[in-house]
Design a protein around this ligand. Structure first.
Ligand code: SF4
Length: 106
C-alpha cells in the first residue's frame, strides 16, 4: 500500500450535506445517496477506487472514523482548505498511521 503523509475521514453525524468539500477536492470527497458526504481514494492516485460509504462489496469501505482515506500528496492543500471551509467542522485530517490503515478492512 502506497504511503502518504495524511489521511482524512468525515464524521457523518455532523455533516450538513452542502457539498462544499467535493467542490474544493472532488478527488477526495463524494456525496452519498442519503445526502451526506464521505471520503474516497481515487484510482488515478492509488490504482483502484475505494469509497468509504459504509456499503458492502468491492470498492467500498467503512464510513465514519473507520473510513479513513489516504490523501494524495498533490491534494493536501485542497483537503486542508475543504476542512477549513466545512460548515459542519466534520472533516478530520490526521497524520498517516499504518495501523489505522490496516484496520480499515479493505
Ligand atoms: S463540507 Fe463538511 S458539512 Fe459540507 S458536505 Fe462536506 S463534510 Fe459535509
Amino acid at each position: 500500500m502506497a504511503e502518504t503523509k495524511l489521511m482524512v475521514w468525515i464524521d457523518q453525524d455532523l455533516c450538513t450535506g452542502d457539498g462544499i468539500c467535493e467542490e474544493i477536492a472532488p478527488d477526495v470527497f463524494v456525496g452519498r445517496d442519503d445526502g451526506l458526504w464521505v471520503v474516497k481514494e481515487e484510482s488515478s492516485h492509488f490504482g483502484s477506487t475505494i469509497v468509504f460509504d459504509g456499503a458492502e462489496g468491492d470498492g467500498h469501505g467503512p464510513e465514519g472514523s473507520r473510513g479513513v482515506a489516504r490523501v494524495p500528496d498533490a491534494q493536501i492543500d485542497d483537503v486542508v482548505e475543504a476542512a477549513t471551509e466545512c460548515p459542519g467542522e466534520c472533516i478530520m485530517i490526521e497524520p498517516y498511521d499504518a495501523t489505522i490503515m490496516a484496520a480499515r478492512g479493505v
